[in-house]
Design a protein around this ligand. Structure first.
Ligand SMILES: Nc1ncnc2c1ncn2[C@@H]1O[C@H](COP(=O)(O)OP(=O)(O)O)[C@@H](O)[C@H]1O
Ligand SMILES: [Mg+2]
Length: 594
């Protein structure tokens, strides 16, 4: 957060803050109103205990100074002890209840955030840093929950204490109290000044911490590249720089915090001197109704409200930071998914029908159109292939079919049914996909295959694994996890897991995006015959680099910079002598030479 934004937050509650708070109340707190009421009642009891204690102390002191009745003094002592026992009991019960309230609220907030997050479009995850999402889920919800529960309960207790005890002191001696609180504006000014600086420093430190975390994640993930290019020293110094700036920022914050205490001490000295001097003068002058017991009690009262008042001021500083958190968390809810079920979406459709793109326009960003009127027909039950240079839009076409993205205009139909009128889940169930960037979880190979069909039988999984030539590896590795993102596997092994998933999933439409690019020719040849069985009678779309591997496709589409430039059978395309023929000859020369 910048200085300017910190300034903008200056009013204690902006309209947005109030809106956010009422949202928080409505969603997570209102249902717990009875418990919160109980907490409030217990807090009130705590405040009253202080007031009673003061009044009893005054009585006790008068007994000592004046009547000298030991029995009465003993009674005062017993009652004082009892009062503090009650306060102690409340101090035990209040956190007991508030912890429950806040942890339940944190749980619900995370649950709702998670459900919302899962509903968001793929595009959201491609533009949002994962660190940012992690921060929302882990620290920000936790901090906010604790603030709403424990911190707020403590603040209410402090406010009640200040309120009740001040009321009692005013009732006892309004003039003296008035004199003592003239210092208040000064204290508040110091608090504001210090807490402003703390908030600023804290925000900077948090941002630095976030960058630092991102940096570590990036370096660890890119360790292969770091080592190959011998950039360990550079990475070390980059991360050290982050650590140093965190050190400096935190030192600054904590130094500022240290300023607070002497300021408080000095101002309390001022107040005590005023009370002792002014009160003492009142005791000595005949015109005032004040005695020694009164002034000691008064002083005691001032001591009792000082700390709560200080904590209350701190609470308001924290409040500002937490209002920022609240608005950040709520901002995630403002992210709306655009790829949803239409109101009248249907579940069933002809999954074996033609897949047709009609006048499809699409762009990832408005200033860079990718498809401008693309027309394609992938025949149902047949094998189609898409070829073209990298970046020509092959993967994007596959993404559009399963609605990972929606077309800008035009439409895509399957079996005559526009895909945006289908239930998204039903549409996606129709696809087996071997994606270009394969996602492997840190689990056994077996579990990684099973991921796409958790209810599959053991025999089914073995069959899929055999077909994808990965069964031997499963037998060798057993249940050993494959490392984060499958780091312990080769590119080809990952691809074979992905192919096994496609076999297991057994969906009516098969999308293969460079599915065999990382395999050696011998393995590819063996898998190809299995894939041949898999594609039989199934609508299949193959994106391939190696043109020799798609020469028997029923239709080949040639793409160039988002435009369909050629289509037809392998032989026809060769005869045409266009881009395809050119690419094919270039590759053939390459292989022959090799
Ligand atoms: N998630 C994305 N966000 C923005 N641009 C993208 C994204 N994915 C791909 N692109 C861009 O769209 C174009 C087509 O990409 P893609 O369909 O992956 O090509 P291909 O699969 O043919 O190599 C490229 O210029 C690429 O940079
Ligand atoms: Mg691609």
């Amino acid at each position: 957060m910048t200085k300017r934004q910190a300034k903008k937050r200056a009013p204690l509650f902006s309209v947005e803050d109030r809106d956010n708070l009422s949202w928080l109340w409505a969603h997570y707190l209102r249902k717990r109103a009875p418990l919160l009421g109980l907490v409030l009642a217990m807090i009130l009891v705590q405040g009253l205990v202080y007031q009673q204690f003061l009044s009893l102390t005054e009585t006790g002191l008068r007994v000592i100074f004046e009547s000298g009745d030991v029995a009465e003094l003993a009674l005062v002592c017993v009652v004082v002890f009892f009062l503090f026992a009650v306060r102690g009991l409340m101090s035990f019960l209040v956190p007991l209840v508030t912890v429950r309230v806040s942890n339940a609220a944190i749980y619900e907030m995370r649950r709702d955030l998670l459900a919302h997050l899962m509903s968001l479009d793929l595009a959201f995850f491609e533009r949002t840093k994962s660190g940012e999402i992690i921060q929302k889920f882990v620290t920000q919800t936790q901090q906010l929950g604790v603030f709403v529960g424990q911190a707020t309960a403590a603040a209410v207790r402090d406010a009640v204490t200040v309120f009740i005890v001040s009321g009692y002191l005013i009732y006892k001696n309004a003039i003296l109290f008035g004199a003592a609180v003239v210092i208040l504006p000064f204290i508040i000014w110091i608090m504001n000044y210090v807490s402003d600086r703390i908030k600023q420093g804290q925000t900077d430190a948090e941002a630095a911490l976030g960058d630092y975390m991102n940096g570590i994640e990036e370096t660890m993930n890119g360790m292969r590249t770091v080592k190959i290019s011998s950039q360990e020293d550079m990475e070390t110094s980059r991360l050290l720089k982050g650590t140093a700036s965190i050190r400096d920022l935190l030192t600054r914050v904590q130094t500022t915090q240290a300023l607070m205490l002497p300021a408080i001490d000095l101002s309390s000295a001022f107040v005590y001197v005023l009370v002792i001097g002014g009160g003492g003068y009142m005791v000595l002058s005949p015109g005032f109704d004040m005695d020694g017991a009164g002034i000691i009690t008064f002083l005691l009262g001032m001591v009792m409200i000082f700390d709560p008042a200080r904590l209350l001021a701190q609470f308001f500083a924290q409040l500002q930071a937490n209002l920022v958190l609240l608005s950040r968390i709520r901002a995630l809810y403002d992210e709306a998914a655009t790829i949803n079920d239409a109101p009248d979406a249907v579940e069933s459709f002809d999954t074996s029908g033609d897949i047709v793109l009609e006048d499809v326009h699409f762009s990832y960003s408005p200033d860079q159109p990718l498809f401008e009127g693309l027309d394609m027909t992938f025949a149902g039950g047949r094998v189609s292939a898409i070829v073209g240079a990298t970046g020509s839009g092959k993967t994007t076409i596959l993404s559009l079919l399963s609605r990972l993205y929606d077309v800008g205009s035009g439409r895509i139909t399957i079996g005559g049914q526009p895909i945006d009128q289908l239930k998204v889940s039903a549409l996606r169930r129709a696809f087996s996909v071997v994606a270009q960037d394969i996602v492997i979880f840190n689990n056994s190979i077996w579990e990684n295959i099973r991921y796409v069909k958790p209810e599959a039988s053991e025999a089914e999984i073995w069959e899929a694994a055999e077909n994808a030539e990965i069964a031997d590896l499963i037998r060798r590795r057993g249940d050993a996890p494959v490392g984060p993102k499958g780091a312990q596997l080769s590119g080809g092994q990952k691809q074979r897991i992905a192919i096994a998933r496609a076999f297991l999933r057994d969906a009516p439409v098969l999308l293969l995006d460079e599915a065999t690019s990382a395999l050696d020719q011998a393995t590819e040849a063996r898998i190809k015959s299995a894939l041949g069985r898999l594609t039989r009678g199934r609508t299949t779309i193959i994106v391939a680099h190696r043109l020799s591997s798609i020469s028997d496709a029923d239709t080949i589409f040639v793409l160039e910079a988002g435009q369909l430039v050629e289509k037809g059978h392998h032989e026809d395309l060769l005869d045409q002598g266009g881009l395809y023929a050119q690419l094919y000859r270039a590759q053939k020369r390459g292989y022959d030479a090799a």
